[in-house]
Design a binder for this molecule. Structure first.
Ligand SMILES: Nc1ncnc2c1ncn2[C@@H]1O[C@H](COP(=O)(O)OP(=O)(O)OP(=O)(O)O)[C@@H](O)[C@H]1O
Ligand SMILES: [Mg+2]
Length: 329
């Protein structure tokens, strides 16, 4: 029988709404209490796969999801888009699967939307953005790119349908790896030092009401069950807390399943101790993973969902099922 190695929910952030938390909650329920979900973590840990899986799990529950990621100029392939059978996420919000839309976050789109909001003249906005000099300035001026992306994302959150209802119930953002993710979540504090009033300050305040409110936005941190990734995860969580971004939970991804009781593992360890057998390596990996998870439990206070290493063709569907599976307690 598989043992549950998820953390008890009583470790959750005290600032989060108590009504949403019950012992039968899954990490998905916990994340779903917010509208915007930032998926972040160290490079290569499975962020993109988790974003696609979350979108599927959310869409299957009947919510309208939007998946998005920060566009990098010149990049012509997106692994996230790849998981939806495309080369790139579209520039316009497009239906990728039932209940799942996708769009790429672009600094220029955000800058144009911001200019349109402040200038209110489409012709003037077009003239400004058609100028190479202004384009160059916007590309290189400090924080201009981040501000554009920030505003593009904010405008997606604020988007409404004809009946005045939010266009998307859940927006899942495939965030860049650690350092770049923190650059974005720390943006409001940096910008507020530069602009105390005026349109930029107002946008930042609007953004803070959305991205720094735990009922609106939560980060899900993905990690592998190894010492180094766990150390980086603990640092990343501290950085997110410092930038007032609520953490919704931790996904410990690609964990080798432990099929043995403590006694069986001891017996196996003794039997395998003389040879470089494949089983010894697996046993070692299981031991390392449970130590890393124990450390995460001790040093963080968020729900933990363990996602196994899968060797299947439809990885995203498997992870979606794992995410929406057992309760965390
Ligand atoms: N639970 C899992 N079981 C097996 N393979 C997995 C699992 N999760 C992710 N992978 C594989 O790990 C690799 C890295 O995943 P992914 O691209 O999602 O990571 P990432 O964190 O988005 O990487 P990057 O930082 O480069 O954007 C992919 O080949 C993916 O298929
Ligand atoms: Mg990725």
């Amino acid at each position: 029988m598989r043992r549950s190695i998820d953390a008890p929910l009583k470790r959750v952030d005290k600032r989060l709404p108590a009504a949403k938390i019950s012992v039968s909650s899954t990490v998905l329920d916990f994340a779903l209490a917010a509208r915007v979900i930032f998926v972040t973590g160290k490079g290569g840990v499975g962020k993109t796969t988790v974003v696609a899986a979350l979108a599927r799990a959310i869409a299957a529950r009947g919510h309208r999801a939007l998946v998005t990621e920060i566009g990098i100029p010149g990049d012509d392939y997106s692994p996230l888009a790849g998981l939806f059978g495309r080369h790139q996420l579209p520039r316009e919000e497009t239906l990728l699967l039932p209940n799942i839309h996708g769009v790429i976050l672009l600094a220029q789109v955000g800058q144009e939307l911001f200019a349109a909001r402040t200038l209110r003249s489409k012709r003037l906005v077009r003239r400004i953005f058609d100028s190479d000099a202004i384009q160059g300035f916007l590309r290189f001026a400090p924080s201009c790119r981040e501000l554009g992306i920030y505003y593009h994302l904010l405008s997606l959150v604020q988007k409404q349908d004809d009946s005045g209802r939010a266009r998307y119930d859940k927006i899942i953002v495939d965030m860049p790896a650690t350092g770049h993710a923190l650059a974005l979540t720390s943006l409001p504090k940096v910008i507020k030092k530069l602009f105390q009033r005026g349109p930029i300050a107002r946008v930042i305040e609007e953004g803070q009401r959305c991205f720094n409110d735990p009922q609106m936005t939560r980060a899900l941190v993905v990690t592998l069950a190894d010492q180094l990734p766990v150390s980086e995860t603990i640092e990343l969580i501290a950085g997110l807390e410092q930038s007032d971004t609520a953490v919704g939970g931790i996904f410990v991804n690609r964990v080798t399943e432990n099929l043995f009781t403590h006694q069986e593992a001891e017996l196996l360890r003794a039997a395998l101790s003389n040879g470089q057998l494949l089983g010894a390596e697996t046993l070692d990996r299981i031991g390392k993973a449970s130590r890393a998870i124990a450390r995460l439990r001790a040093d963080t206070r968020y729900p933990i969902r363990v996602v196994p290493e899968f060797a299947t063709a439809d990885l995203v569907a498997q992870i979606a099922a794992a995410i929406d599976g057992e309760p965390t307690a």
